[in-house]
Design a binder for this molecule. Sequence first.
Ligand code: NAD
Ligand code: WQD
Length: 340
Amino acid sequence: MRILVTGGAGYIGSHTCILLLEAGYDIVVFDNFCNASKESISRVEKIMGKTIPLMEGDIRNKEDLNRVFERYTIDAVIHFAGLKAVGESVEKPLEYYDNNIYGTLVLCQVMAAHGCKSIVFSSSATVYGDPHTTPIREDFPLSATNPYGRSKLFIEEMLRDLYVSDKTWKIVLLRYFNPIGAHESGTIGEDPNGIPNNLLPFIAQTAIGTRACLSVFGDDYNTVDGTGVRDYIHVMDLADGHVKALDKMNTFSEVMTINLGTGKGYSVLEVLKAFEAASGKKVPYTIAPRRAGDIAECFADPAYAKAVLGWEAQRGIDEMCKDSWRWQSNNPNGYKESNS
Ligand code: NAD
Ligand code: WQD
């Protein structure tokens, strides 16, 4: 079976490629490299000892996608391609709606035209908005507070509508919690552009000396120590969830919506402590005001993923921090050094 991995050069995509190949799937990576480097795929090739078909193109461009489907028989698509920065989406909403919503629309049209009707979509826990209680189950109310989140919500609805119109589609909506960590080789990992928005890359860059000090956004939440609590999940566990979703797809035809989280929440200060222990580095921090749009606490009820996919996260916070640190300390400038 050949899987088209859109956004396969990105953070989660590159890690998922490894497990797809290990599971015996053939793949083709499709990416426009707006937020990734070809170096990530070269490194996956090194890890796996094989060449990975790579096609450069944009999901909004039918011709680009047609070229892939004409060249390869694609059995299913894992659709990672998209823009993902919450703050940027507030400043540039049209770019987010164009790239994420229109891009997914074009992808589905091209898939249908080529008779490929199986898709795993990267949704996000952001679709739960500010949940009334935790842990969060898949049937909780949905809402969005920014264009990025709205793009994910709308794509979920679009894919559900598609299934209603044609029951031969197989659709899995995977709602990720907070992916962190890196492949154990330390050769691929998260490589954000500019100043990181997310906690882990910021901590890692502070530990290595690229950033002077972490701002902890708020210490007056109603949580264990006043700082925000999230469900951090190792990117390799997340990748494994995609392989399990594909395996499951061979046996069903419907829309499935599944949380991928560990079920355990950690506060900012707890993560900081775990990272310091894993890296042996002191990470200076200061308490700053709350970040607009942040919620106090967010963690998954992962029971459905276990029941339906037989999947559960295997790696704990210490391993996540160790693997993040190995990537960061081996590659202080991410993929950039080897490109120059
Ligand atoms: P990423 O930016 O590292 O990967 C996305 C990839 O898609 C990049 O390689 C980028 O170049 C590519 N891309 C973007 N627009 C494209 C287009 N129009 N055509 C072709 N390629 C395009 O992000 P990631 O962290 O790997 O996230 C993957 C997916 O998971 C995204 O859809 C994101 O919204 C979703 N997600 C991420 C997180 C997270 O915290 N990382 C959490 C929940 C959901
Ligand atoms: C985690 C915690 C911050 C940075 C975002 C998106 C979400 C999803 C994952 C894509 C919070 C605190 C952070 C810093 C800090 N992405 N923090 N100082 O906000 O849970 O989720 O990424 O779908 O949609 O919103 O993740 O890593 O930004 O923050 O104190 O410099 O760390 O306040 O409590 P978040 P995050």
